[in-house]
Design a protein around this ligand. Structure first.
Ligand code: GLN
Length: 192
């Protein structure tokens, strides 16, 4: 049976992820409430970019944080972009919040400062090749635990901007805003 990907649709760039998944022929649906997670557990989840404080607060208010955390800890494949990376981070270096905290990475929020709020660049993504990357008030990964199986997948200007730890994939940038959907295809491969 076709794998179904749930896209967390509380705030942020979820529609762009749905469009990207539709383009590559992946079956997807929006996760808006607790029952969307528990009644028909998805085969994979995307946590979109947006505002991590808002998404985190909504997850808490809708009582979804614990369920989502458990599913990810049990091995559900998850792809976090930008704010999604912040939600998955075990530690934030410049913010006291912790949301799902399942991934052994330390992330800096809004790490490129105001001047460099948004930019595009090319970078090498391990297993994919050269890739256009769009950053919007992006975080980056300051440290990761290689001994816990975290692998850096892309480094741009000495900053880690993509990583994987088993079932968890994160990018600082927004592949859903690009025509090049190879990172989504990479994630689909993680579902099988
Ligand atoms: N700056 C946002 C945050 O801290 C993330 C930006 C994004 O997702 N494009 O949540």
């Amino acid at each position: 049976m076709n794998k179904r990907i749930g896209v967390l649709a509380l705030q942020g760039a979820f529609a762009e992820h749905m469009a990207a998944l539709n383009k590559i022929g992946a079956d997807c649906f929006e996760i808006r409430q607790k029952s969307d997670l528990t009644l028909q557990t998805p085969d994979g989840i995307i946590l979109p970019g947006g505002e991590s404080t808002v998404i985190g607060k909504l997850l808490q208010e809708l009582d979804m944080l614990g369920d989502l955390k458990k599913l990810i800890e049990k091995g559900l494949p998850v792809f976090g972009t930008c704010a999604g990376m912040i939600l998955l981070a075990g530690k934030l270096s410049n913010d006291d919040h912790k949301y799902l905290g399942t991934m052994d990475i330390t992330v800096k929020r809004n790490a490129y400062g105001r001047q460099l709020g948004s930019f595009q660049t090319m970078g090498l993504f391990k297993g994919i090749g050269d890739l256009g990357m769009t950053f919007i008030r992006a975080p980056y990964i300051e440290t990761l635990s290689e001994d816990k199986g975290v692998e850096a997948l892309a480094v741009v200007n000495d900053r880690i901007v993509a990583a994987r730890q088993g079932n968890m994939l994160v990018t600082s940038f927004h592949p859903e805003l690009s025509e090049d959907l190879r990172v989504h295809e990479y994630f689909i491969q993680m579902l099988t």
